[in-house]
Design a protein around this ligand. Structure first.
Ligand code: FES
Length: 300
């Protein structure tokens, strides 16, 4: 053995912790797209193996320093300093690499993935559509209003409102559909004649009765049935709806929500309700997990 080999501290034994750490990171990335459970497992694996790796690096002191013959020119203090420098460099490399990786990855992941999990939580302003007597039972009425009159026409919105009478529990029932197509956000039109002569304006809201057998989107041929369920074309779910309430005899539209599908009709309909999602985003089924990222360019 040469004198140089005798004086070189032995390298630390190979460790499995970096492999576990890498698997944990991969699990986190997959979990961000696919499932919260995988994300949590990935975080736990990453932290555990990362901690073990760092502890390993910090705690390893090659034992050969004391046993090896001392070189003529090197003192024990020199050898300890060499070992400490190596440990410091290893830790610094891992730390700086981790910081750079987090700095590059987290903002991209945040902007790209989080919107599909948090949905559109922007508060919708309440809209007073006037007395419920303006909504004949069993017929749709097109209600057009300015969401923010100060901002003008860009905030014009349309709702399709149908009075369903009462539920079995005796509660008033209204179908309140938002007109924005859930493919890419074009305005959906009712398929049926509009009674322009019965048009009226209440509280700045224009009301026009319509015989809507279904709803169609002119942009790419999306077709919805009279409950807002997707029938054909590229839309990925049913039309969004408004929550509603009755206050002092007036119909008030509230927050928007997304709908997976509607089972049944009118007052007997069972609605799969979700936080409002962007157009083009699935809210249920296997597709929700396969395609969680909002369609580029979609509008709410
Ligand atoms: S935007 Fe409605 S079908 Fe494409």
């Amino acid at each position: 053995m040469s004198e140089r080999e005798q004086h070189t501290p032995p390298l630390p034994a190979p460790s499995l912790w970096p492999i576990g750490f890498a698997i944990g990171i991969a699990c986190v990335l997959v979990g961000l797209v696919v499932s919260t459970a995988a994300l949590v497992i990935g975080l736990v694996v990453t932290l555990v193996f990362g901690g073990l790796w760092v502890r390993d690096l910090a705690g390893k002191r090659p034992p050969a320093v004391a046993a090896a013959p001392k070189p003529a020119m090197a003192t024990e203090a020199d050898l300890n300093a060499t070992t400490d420098r190596a440990t410091f460099l290893s830790l610094a490399t891992v730390g700086v690499g981790g910081l750079i990786g987090a700095g590059v990855t987290l903002p991209a992941l945040g902007f790209g993935v989080l919107p599909s999990f948090v949905g559109d939580r922007v508060e919708t302003k309440e809209v007073d559509l006037g007395p419920i007597s303006n909504f004949p039972e069993g017929q749709y009425v097109i209600a057009t209003y300015l969401e923010d009159p100060d901002l003008g026409e860009v905030t014009r919105r349309t709702a399709f409102v149908r009075n369903n009478g009462r539920t079995e529990a005796g509660e008033p029932s209204f179908t309140t559909i938002f007109s924005r197509c859930v493919h890419l956000g074009c305005p959906v039109q009712p398929n049926g004649p509009i009674d322009e002569e019965a048009r009226q304006e209440v509280n700045g809201v224009e009301l026009r009765p319509v015989l809507a057998a279904s709803f169609g989107c002119p942009c790419h041929g999306g077709l919805y049935d009279s409950e807002g369920n997707r029938n054909a074309g590229p839309p990925v779910r049913s039309l969004d709806r408004y929550e509603f309430s009755i206050r002092n005899g007036n119909l008030i539209l509230g927050r928007l929500f997304s709908v997976g599908d509607v089972d049944g009709t009118g007052a007997k309909a069972r609605i799969s309700k979700y936080y409002r999602a962007y157009p083009g985003v699935h809210v249920d089924g296997i597709e929700k997990w396969l395609y969680p990222i909002p369609t580029p360019g979609s509008t709410s």
